[in-house]
Each structure stands twice: as structure tokens, then as C-alpha cells.
Design a binder for this molecule. Sequence first.
Ligand code: PRT
Ligand code: ZN
Length: 304
Amino acid sequence: MTLPVCAAGRDRLRIAIQKNGRLGGPARALLATCGFSWREERDQLFCRGDEQPIDLLLVRDDDIPSLIAEGICDFGIVGRNVLAEETARRAADGLAAAFVELRALGSGDCRLDIAVPVEWDWRGATMLAGLRIATSHPCIVERWLRDAAIEAQVVALAGSVEIAPSLGQADVVCDLVSSGATLKANRLKPVMTLLRSEAVLVGPIAPLDGARGAIAHVLLQRLDAALHVGDRRLVTFEAERDRVPALLDLLADAEPPTMMRIDGSETLALQAVCSGALTWQRIEDLRRAGARRLMVAAVERMLA
Ligand code: PRT
Ligand code: ZN
């Protein structure tokens, strides 16, 4: 792929995300929440930001760690499992660390699990000795086996890992699991977790400076704000002063509320940001405890 500007001396930021696949949609949505968007055209891998000095690269997830390591991109959004595999591969090749996980993004949750045939009576990791383990994360598995002093054969596969035992390619698997339905359909059961994964923001080890550093600062600040907002809700209501302690007990998950006195009366107007679900039941409980003129609103942006 030929990129329009070389890495050195570049003053625009570059972010790599998955073109297709599970993390592409959530990554685009998160960046849009941060106020960044790009016009994408079919088969286009490089999207220049018109409104902001940030360009987007649409790639396969496996390519993202190397793009950061080589300085072609500044940031990427990728599964922690992909980063961990590339980190283990670099270490096995004697290469220094070249990227770092900067933020956990709260989407794409999964686990990298060892799974064995359902009929096995699992008695611990030592059972793996002498077996063949099929996986798309061979470097993580090799390192784990080495650390656990277990001698087993790692069978590296690019995909369709779960079917390997029934095809006779392997005895057990080490694969990504979210619902577990695929394991079950292949008569396998998870017995150990090697890694808990989610989508993460990856970036260079040394912080960026100059123009790119300034844009990176804005990106990270907006990202933190977006992650902080999450599914927070703003609840506002009025109540008599003597009812307030009981009402605050019902809002134990709220950040410290703002209270204002109304017209020299004993009535207070309150507003609080809550992280828990504000269900109808909860709103009705607040009303019974003395809250009036209740309103719940989604929080779009927060900046401390
Ligand atoms: O084309 P490209 O190389 O970019 O994409 P890809 O095919 O390599 O990756 P993709 O899009 O399948 O996954 C991207 C990332 O999503 C992974 O690296 C993980 O970080 C994350 N993720 C979250 C998952 C899953 N959940 C998941 N369930 N990746 C794969 N799976 C597989 C799982 O192994 C099983 O085969 O999906 C299947 C269904 O899983 P169950 O447990 O719900 O049945
Ligand atoms: Zn991939």
C-alpha cells in the first residue's frame, strides 16, 4: 500500500482500524462519538480527514500492531489478543516492545480459552503434556506452555480452529470465545482462560510531540470523555430539603449531586449523573421518596 505522506515529518495523525470484521463498526462509532468522521468509499483503504488533521487507515486487524511498530500509523483500535500475540511474536524473535495498550475501549469482549472435548474429565493443565493444541494465537500459547513447563505441540491455524479436533488435526484448541456457542457446536468445553480481551487503543511507546502530539492530546481527551460518559444518565428533580438524605440513598451510584435552593423556600432542585440504569422502578421509588418534576436524560458529552 502506498501512503500519500511518509511517516517521518508527518504532521497529520493516522489511526488504523479494522476495515471489516467485528471491531470495525464499534471503532467507527467510538471515533464518531469523539467528533471525528470520514467519508469512506468502497475499496478505499486510506481516508483523509477533511474536517480534522486525522487520517484513517482501513486494514486487517492483524496488520495494526506492525503499522504502529513501523511508525506508519500513530494509533490503532484492535483486540488485546492481537496485540498480545504480536508482542509474544516480537519477544520470541528477540525484538523490543514497539507499541503499548493505551486505553481499554469496552467493546469486543472475549476470552482466549483452552477448550477440550466435552467428554474429557479435566484435571488441570498438566493434562496438555504431549498433546496437539490448535490455535490462531501460536506465540501466546508457546509462551504460556514454556512458562508452565508443559511440553505440547502447537498447531498454528489461521481460522476454523474449533473444528481441528474433529478433523484429527489436533487434540484440543486454544481459541477466542465470546458466547461459547461455537465451542459447544463442536463438542468442546472451555477449561482455562489464557487471556481476557476487548478492543483497545494501541499507540507508540514514546508519546508523540509537535503537531501530531497536540492532535493526539485532543483525541485522547475526547476518547476519555466518551468512555467516561458510557451509559451515564442525568437525573434532575425537586424535593423538600428534609427528603434529600433518603433520596440520595436511592442514588448511591450517582456522582456528588448539584443542589440549588428554589426562591428562598425549603425546596431544592437537584441534578446528579448516575452510572446505573435508571429504570421506571427506580424513578417511581424516587417519586415515592419525595422527588417531583423528575427528568432523566442521556449524557452526550462530559469534560471535567
Ligand atoms: O479480516 P480481519 O483479519 O480484520 O478480521 P478477523 O477475521 O481476524 O477478526 P474478527 O473480525 O473475527 O475479530 C476481530 C476481533 O474481535 C478479535 O481479534 C477479538 O479481539 C474480537 N472478538 C470478540 C472475537 C470474538 N469476540 C469471537 N467470538 N473474535 C473472534 N470470535 C470468534 C470465536 O473464536 C468463534 O469462532 O467468533 C466465533 C463465535 O464465537 P462464540 O463464542 O460466540 O460462539
Ligand atoms: Zn485478523
